[in-house]
Ligand binder design. Sequence first.
Ligand code: SAH
Length: 264
Amino acid sequence: MKARPSFPARLGDSVTSGTPVVTRPKPQTLVSTTPKKTPTVQASPVSMGLGLDSGAVRAQMVAKLAAQGVQDPFVLQAMGWVERHRFVETALAAQAYEDTSLPIGFGQTISKPNVVARMIELLREGAEGKLGRILEIGTGCGYQAAVLSRVATEVYSIERLRGLHEKAKKNLLHCRLPNVHLLFGDGMLGFAKGAPYAGIISAAGGDDVPQAWLDQLAVGGRLVAPTATAGGQQALVVIHKTKDGIERRVLEPVHFVPLKSGIA
Ligand code: SAH
């Protein structure tokens, strides 16, 4: 009998009945041993090639996010680091740093920077350094996964659309983020092999938060997800799992693409 693969298991690229498949080549250790630096807003070392000074434009975007109330220095630093224009079509690159959602193909959208920052700040509430292991549902173009990689030690991100999973892999190549693991599968099932998670964040909204996510959340962990409200709208829901149970807060209304089951 073959020895059990060490976590995270590498199962290759094949599609298997909705079970998430890890396609990031290198298994990583689960605990960061890198000493933590005080975050400062800095431009990515990767050059632009678009003729616009993306570092300066991102710094402006970060200043706007701060003015809108985002305070977590890790979040601001991460938003200033990731080159959002690289995750959208070239024709949309000029709009990449505006506070607007943008199409990413396959009928899906990348959230506004403000919404990404807000959700990650909620996910990190109470955390002092980097968060531990995070699960993201809805990789999309990979932008938010890149932001998460700067505020958490490990990021597992699941996408149910093969085309977007592949696109995110390409988009993330230039970032060289060894702590991001892209999975192809149905995120409604979570990813039990990576559990428990310090945080779970969904970029797609369902009728309710799937039980698998609650089960896979660590005690002390937080879950942030757009969820349907009684009035048929969507609102951000934050769940804090404590040793005494689940605390649930319903926050502002939001508009996210639907959370769907199965793969396509
Ligand atoms: N975080 C993304 C946003 C993508 S939009 C980014 O930065 O680009 C939300 C994504 O959730 C879509 O790509 C959609 O296909 C995906 N999605 C919806 N239901 C899902 C599910 N059950 N499992 C995994 N991904 C899902």
